[in-house]
Design a protein around this ligand. Structure first.
Ligand code: ADP
Ligand code: MG
Length: 300
């Protein structure tokens, strides 16, 4: 495209809340045949909440919740915030005392798995099955069943182990963005295939994908794995767009032909992307591709 055409399209994009960094993204976007969406914070709101709890011991819910929230208190992960928020609500309802006196040591983040810490001298693990298995915490048939049921409801199951025994679990639900289904089906009508990629487990990922009309899912994928998926598709000659919001999406956003960051996402993602969706509205994925198609066709 001519510099003038690029300038006009970039200006039009900016007025629509679609920030296009440079002409190259604009030149490539019209060729996109595949859009890869991150799950958490991209297809979903990224604001998970605790929607169900389960106890596997005679321990009280308040006690499990208090210890889990203390372990999660130093983490920025959306799941951590959901647990801390839930504990706060329980506390307001039942008003257990001296919460400020909880002492937390050796806090550790386990990426894609959960967190651990010593809370009041007890080893507290909060996370998924992978975290429990890597710490040699046994998973009973009852726990296994609860995890499976939770995941099939499109929820993420967060297990809480104290001193090596799973005492309780939280089902965390992150609502799907209202426009997600509509955008995926419109992309299909444009001849564009949508794929989901996520660090979350297969069953939860499948359930969310089904709700938004995506057939193809790559679950339990770490940041490097997300970028790897894109390179594999590119090796088949496909032009790939990636839409993401997290630090864990930045490698993939950089690897894609067109990286699109959710405006409400992390700075790292915004910096790695070619396009920023300022309104955080998934429909603007279509706006960006459309702008490119119109710009290119006007020139030829
Ligand atoms: P995504 O790619 O969907 O953003 P992450 O890679 O951040 O997901 O996390 C993958 C999974 O690891 C989560 O679904 C959850 O099961 C577990 N997990 C990660 N961080 C935490 C945490 N702070 N507390 C509990 N579980 C966690
Ligand atoms: Mg995300």
């Amino acid at each position: 495209a001519t510099p003038t055409a690029v300038m006009v399209a970039t200006g039009k994009g900016a007025s629509l809340g679609v920030l296009i960094k440079g002409g190259s993204a604009l030149e490539k976007a019209h060729k996109v045949k595949t859009v890869i969406f991150d799950k958490t914070g991209t297809l979903t709101m990224g604001k998970p909440a605790v929607v169900h709890t389960m106890l596997f011991s005679s321990c009280t819910l308040q006690e499990v919740c208090r210890l889990a929230a203390a372990a999660e208190a130093n983490s920025e992960h959306p799941i951590s915030k959901a647990l801390v928020e839930h504990a706060k609500k329980l506390h307001e309802m039942y008003g257990s005392s001296n919460d400020h006196m909880i002492d937390v040591n050796d806090f550790e983040v386990h990426p894609g798995a959960g967190v651990s810490a010593f809370v009041c001298g007890k080893l507290v693990l909060v996370g998924n099955k992978r975290l429990m298995l890597s710490s040699q915490v046994p998973i009973s048939a009852k726990v296994e069943k609860y995890v499976m049921e939770t995941e099939h409801l499109a929820r993420t199951c967060v297990l809480v182990a104290i001193n090596g025994v799973i005492l309780g679990a939280f089902a965390v639900s992150d609502p799907i963005k209202p426009e997600a289904l509509r955008v995926v089906s419109f992309l299909r009508s444009m001849g564009i295939t949508s794929i989901m990629v996520t660090g979350d487990n297969q069953a939860t990922a499948n359930a969310i994908a089904k709700d938004v009309g995506i057939d193809s899912v790559f679950a339990e994928t770490d940041p490097a794995g997300k970028a790897e998926r894109i390179k594999n598709l590119q090796a088949k000659g496909l032009n790939v767009a990636m839409v993401g919001d997290g630090i864990n999406d930045s490698l993939a956003l950089a690897a894609a032909d067109v990286g699109m960051a959710i405006g409400a996402g992390t700075n790292v993602a915004i910096e790695a992307a070619d396009v920023v969706l300022m309104k955080s509205d998934l429909a603007d994925v279509i706006t960006a591709i459309d702008l490119s198609r119109k710009t290119i066709s006007r020139i030829r």
